[in-house]
Design a protein around this ligand. Structure first.
Ligand code: CP
Length: 323
């Protein structure tokens, strides 16, 4: 393919609402998104699943959904969310695009900007996401990188508040691996004003940068090796898979041995507040990071979390497009 005229790289657009990370988004805007998500969800109650939102704020908008990693919830919830708001999607696999065969992120971003109104990307290194946003003329949404997963935590904040009211001032306990989902929970602690205790082996501590952000915002961030001490007084206990998509599978057995004491089971939950919620962003490995007794128990809200990906992301997309 021949090279056509390009806008020079200096003609970058950075004056739009990208949703790249919770700590990079204004706290008032985050609050407004959660409130709008809840309102849109309530407005649809009792209406047929296929019915479109009356306002159809994404009418005539096309959204590209790029996946460089597997997904069930992110893929379906973004696709359904766009359609409910009157827009259309194209779901693209990174490996089937020229992106996966050497075309630069910057060129891909500038080309896609000529076709679509918004880009959601699930990718590996966060520099891929930030470069996409830097060179895109349309808003870019982080659908997960190796470092963070902000859309998941927007759904989790919405879920907590539906069940227990404002999350500000509450105690969240993250168990196991301080991974990319934990990182976004720490960002949310700072932005929404809750405290977070991490309990897991030292090898899996969250990065200091993530904890530092929350602390600097005034949240109490604690690292406690004893899971039973950690969950004392918890309003919410969170588990996630012990081997994430970006982790080497060869290290699986070692990781399991180190993380097994942090399994969320009925005994561990009995040390938290009696009404403590249990969350897991899914997919789960049942009987590993959490038992089915907890996952299917009365305090578990794992499927509300999954549903709320849809509602939270609809609000995120409206904020990105200003509609
Ligand atoms: N929780 C989450 O992001 O799920 P998927 O990997 O299925 O999208």
């Amino acid at each position: 393919m021949g090279a056509g005229p390009h806008a020079p790289l200096s003609q970058k657009r950075n004056d739009m609402n990208h949703f790249l990370d919770i700590h990079k988004t204004d706290a008032n805007d985050l609050r407004a998104m959660i409130d709008q998500a809840g309102a849109m969800k309530r407005a649809r109650l009792g209406r047929p699943k296929a019915a479109l939102d009356e306002a159809q704020p994404l009418k005539d908008r096309m959204v590209a959904l790029i996946f460089e990693k597997p997904s069930t919830r992110t893929r379906v919830s973004f696709d359904v969310g766009v359609r409910q708001m009157g827009g259309q999607t194209m779901v693209l696999s990174g490996k089937d695009m020229q992106l996966g065969h050497g075309e630069t992120i910057a060129d891909t971003a500038r080309v896609l900007s000529r076709y679509v109104d918004m880009i959601m990307i699930r990718t590996f290194d966060e520099t891929i996401l930030t470069e996409m946003a830097e060179y895109s003329d349309v808003p870019v949404i982080n659908g997960l990188t190796d470092r963070t997963h902000p859309c998941q935590i927007m759904a989790d904040v919405l879920t907590f508040e539906e069940h227990r009211g404002p999350i500000a001032g509450k105690k969240v306990v993250w168990t196991g691996d301080g991974n990319n989902v934990c990182a976004s929970f720490l960002h949310a602690a700072g932005q929404f004003g809750f405290d977070l205790t991490f309990t897991g082996p030292a090898q899996f501590d969250p990065e200091e940068e993530f904890m530092g952000f929350a602390r600097q915002k005034g949240s109490q961030i604690v690292v406690e090796r004893d899971p039973f001490k950690a969950v004392e007084g918890a309003d919410l206990v969170v588990a996630d898979t012990w081997v994430s998509m970006h982790d080497s599978q060869s290290a699986k057995e070692r990781r399991h041995n180190l993380l097994r004491p942090y399994q969320v089971n009925t005994e561990l939950m009995s040390h938290a507040k009696p009404d403590a919620l249990f969350m897991h962003c899914l997919p789960a490995h049942r009987e590993e990071e959490a038992t089915s007794e907890v996952m299917d128990g009365p305090n578990s809200v794992i499927f509300d979390e999954a549903e709320n990906r849809l509602h939270a992301q609809k609000a995120v997309m409206r904020w990105c497009l200003g509609v």
